[in-house]
Design a protein around this ligand. Structure first.
Ligand code: FAD
Ligand code: NAI
Length: 502
């Protein structure tokens, strides 16, 4: 157990300010501000558990909703409607004890020296003010990561990504456009083949899950409603390494082989040892490593390309890192200590995909970090309160020394000291892995589940269906989300997926 002291003591004092909610509404700058940026897994988990009566909380994010990413790969195909996995931030904020301010904006710069956040309203509708600054006393950075493209030419211009709801909508439109264009009168056979070739680059869990969902869509619905594409529609998964990586490196070889053989059954082509080097509007240029170790350049004509090659550091985070000498050697994001305090700062924390820790960048890690930070911030506020109560009691005790009536006060002081010791002790953050799960198509999933003491694969059929779907349902943000997701699944079972473009 380590004493909770990642913060400068003078700053700690500021946490004791309990703002009058009315003052807060009128003038945020009058009190200490806890700014935090992002509305993803890390930030929302923190917000859920934070006692907001202790702070002036300001949330900044361009996305005014929480997104349940584990079911995002199901959105482009229409298995899940996008609204079913969104939870408006306003709902979450309204349920808090005290007022929380939300600004729909992007943090364009964190001015570390001035302790100021620069914000820009990047929405299509702009008022007279669309750029401003927010001062903060304490800051939690939870902006996640952006899509890694490794500077490969043509990726940003021609590929779709899969990180946000808008990405899922773009993929949907692109796939359906490719299909309808392939069906255009007098289209050549060669062009049909290109247009109906769906390529997913990146054999990590995002790529694997999306390729599986797309193939399900084709087998269960597209084929039925547009039979002319049946012989030509084709999904290819491209991976630079010798294997797809499914979920986490801890996944056993057996599960990786199981995934690859399931993909074979589903007729998804898996091209491993294939590194994409360049993308044009119609072709993907790859370098393939052959069994004898030699390299060969290959061209893959494609219709739609989904790029899922992992995470890269966001510009706002890169800029913050450049302002802090202690961050010079960090590459994957903000280096933090065991209490998630950003190295080289005080009163600035980072969590989730924008932080560089020994853990994988997953929702599970981000949400546990959020809950930990809430505990830490709540404890800090309680500490300050207890310290000031103790100080008052000690003053009374001094006065009582003169009258001789000290017994009750002594007891009270001992009680407070005990509470203070308890509150001040907070163990460093430690991740507790609850297992991972990935959908691989045809109602099959792979999982490493801690209760089963290791890796676990589920075959098709009713049990699988119940197992992986109930796991996702239990993880959904709210009852409303759970009901909407269940209704989507039932709808798809009864009516199939919609094949309209939007
Ligand atoms: P995010 O959840 O990405 O949130 C970042 C937030 O910051 C967003 O609200 C964003 O709008 C906001 N933001 C961005 N830039 C700025 C800025 N400049 N200023 C202000 N706000 C900003 N993990 C699992 O454990 N299990 C899964 O099954 C799983 N499935 C996934 C499926 C997909 C398709 C993807 C893409 C990821 C999946 N993950 C999964 C990973 C998981 O989603 C991430 O690890 C998790 O979202 C990280 O949480 P975060 O809070 O760090 O960032
Ligand atoms: P990832 O980093 O896990 O995988 C990306 C893959 O792309 C790697 O295998 C890499 O070798 C490959 N790649 C990189 N450049 C390439 C190139 N030029 N050509 C071909 N292949 C290339 O990324 P992913 O899948 O986006 O996952 C990001 C994070 O989100 C991970 O931590 C993951 O665990 C988590 N996640 C978890 C899920 C789950 O638990 N079900 C689902 C989705 C994401």
């Amino acid at each position: 157990m380590t004493n909770l002291n990642p913060i400068h003591p003078r700053r700690l004092l500021l946490f004791s300010v309990r703002p009058n909610p009315q003052d807060f509404e009128q003038d945020h700058s009058a009190n200490s501000q806890l700014g935090y940026i992002g509305s993803g897994w890390g930030s929302v988990s923190l917000l859920k558990k934070l006692d907001t009566s202790n702070y002036n909380v300001i949330v900044v994010s361009p996305r005014n909703f929480f997104l349940f990413t584990p079911l995002l790969p199901s959105c482009p195909t229409g298995t899940i409607e996008h609204r079913s996995i969104m939870e408006p931030l306003r709902y979450i904020i309204r349920h808090k004890q005290s007022a929380v301010k939300y600004y729909e904006a992007e943090a364009t710069k964190i001015d570390h020296a001035r302790r100021v956040l620069k914000l820009a309203d990047l929405s299509d509708v702009k008022g007279e003010v669309s750029e401003t600054e927010v001062p903060y006393d304490y800051l939690v950075v939870g902006v996640g990561a952006e899509n890694a493209t490794f500077g490969i030419p043509g990726v940003k211009e021609h590929a779709c990504f899969l990180k946000e709801i808008t990405d899922a909508q773009k993929i949907r439109t692109k796939v359906m456009d490719c299909i309808e264009t392939a069906m255009f009168k007098d289209q050549t056979e060669e062009e049909k083949e290109r247009l109906l070739h769906m390529v997913v680059v990146g054999g990590g869990p995002t790529g694997v899950e999306f390729a599986a969902e797309l193939q399900d869509f084709f087998e269960e619905d597209l084929k039925k409603w547009i039979p002319d594409i049946a012989n030509k529609f084709h999904v290819t998964l491209v991976e630079a390494l010798p294997n797809v990586s499914v979920v986490l490196p801890m996944f056993s070889k057996t599960l990786i082989e199981y995934t690859e053989s399931t993909f074979k059954d589903e007729k998804i082509s898996v091209r491993t040892k294939t590194m994409v080097k360049k993308v044009t509007d119609k072709n993907i240029e790859c370098e393939v490593t052959k069994p004898d170790g030699t390299k060969e350049k290959q061209i893959l004509p494609y219709g739609a390309l989904v790029w899922a090659t992992g995470n890269a550091v966001r510009p706002v985070v890169r800029d913050l890192m450049a302002q802090i000498p202690q961050q010079a050697s960090s590459r994957r994001g903000l280096a933090v200590n065991e209490y998630l305090v950003v190295d080289g700062t005080d009163g600035v924390w980072a969590l989730g995909d924008c932080s560089a820790t020994k853990y994988a960048p997953t929702a599970q890690v981000a949400s546990q970090q959020g809950a930990f930070l809430a505990r830490l911030l709540n404890s800090m506020a309680q500490t300050q309160e207890l310290e000031s109560e103790l100080k008052k009691l000690e003053d009374l005790q001094l006065q009582a020394a003169e009258t001789g009536d000290r017994e009750t006060l002594d007891k009270e002081i001992q009680k407070k000291e005990k509470s203070l010791r308890r509150v001040k002790q907070l163990s460093p953050f430690e991740y507790s892995h609850q297992g991972s799960l990935a959908y691989i198509g045809m109602d099959r999933a792979v999982a490493d589940i801690t209760w089963f003491n290791g890796n676990f694969a589920t075959g098709g059929g009713g049990l699988t269906y119940l197992f992986w779907r109930s796991a996702y349902i239990s993880m959904c943000f709210s009852t409303r989300n759970r009901i909407l997701v269940i209704m989507d699944w039932i709808k798809v079972k009864i009516f199939g997926r919609d094949v309209s473009r939007e």
